[in-house]
Each structure stands twice: as C-alpha cells, then as structure tokens.
Design a protein around this ligand. Sequence first.
Ligand SMILES: [Zn+2]
Length: 133
Amino acid sequence: MSELTIAAAARARLLELAQAAYPEEGCGLLLGVGARVEQVWALANAAADRRRHYRLDPIEYMRAEQRADAAGLRVLGIWHSHPDAEPVPSAQDLADAWPGWSYVIVGTSAAGVTGLRSWRLRDGEFLEEVISP
Ligand SMILES: [Zn+2]
C-alpha cells in the first residue's frame, strides 16, 4: 500500500476547509515538497450540482499551479469532500482521476468530519493509501 504524508497543520486545515464547504462538496489542491503535503488550498467548486459533485475550474487550477510553482511547491493531488457520505470514491471520481496523484476524500456531516481517506489510481482502479502524519 502506498503512503501519503500530511503535515499536522495541513491536515487540520484540510478538515477545516472540507467542513466549511458543508453541505456542499469542497475541493482543492494538496501541495508539498517531495511526497509530503505541506499546504492545502481550497479552490472553487465549479460543478453544477455542488452538493453531489465537484469540478475544478481549469483556469483557476492553472493559476493555482503557477502560484504553487512560484512558492516551490508541487501539486501532489486533489482533495474533495463527501457531504453525508463515506469518503470512498464515486464512479465519477474514478472517471475524472489522473494517475500519479493522491485523491483525498473527507466525509462531512452537520455534526463535523466523519472520515478521511486517500486513494491513488492504479491500473484503472482506485487503491487506498495510508495517510501518515
Ligand atoms: Zn467524490
């Protein structure tokens, strides 16, 4: 099983951003140096039905990537949240996924965060990866 390392402050920020988007799906980028996530950024959810889907805006994504480059950070993956649902990839999540990135999903509810899991595309399917501090 592969492993994704998320710095404590970045993890706290991730949960905060995901919960702030509730009851809609929040989304954004996981950024780091090497294979360790050091920063988590929120991007706008450009999906038509934001309670059930997320979509990154390509222009906003491009600008964020340039900002990351300038800051010496690399995009390591994408995070999004699943309001009132398990943090398990949907068929749409699988269809949208790129190899080489981590896909972190945060489960959210009215009462708070319900789960945090990470997935990576391998041979056309998602394999879960361990999240370590
Ligand atoms: Zn999803």
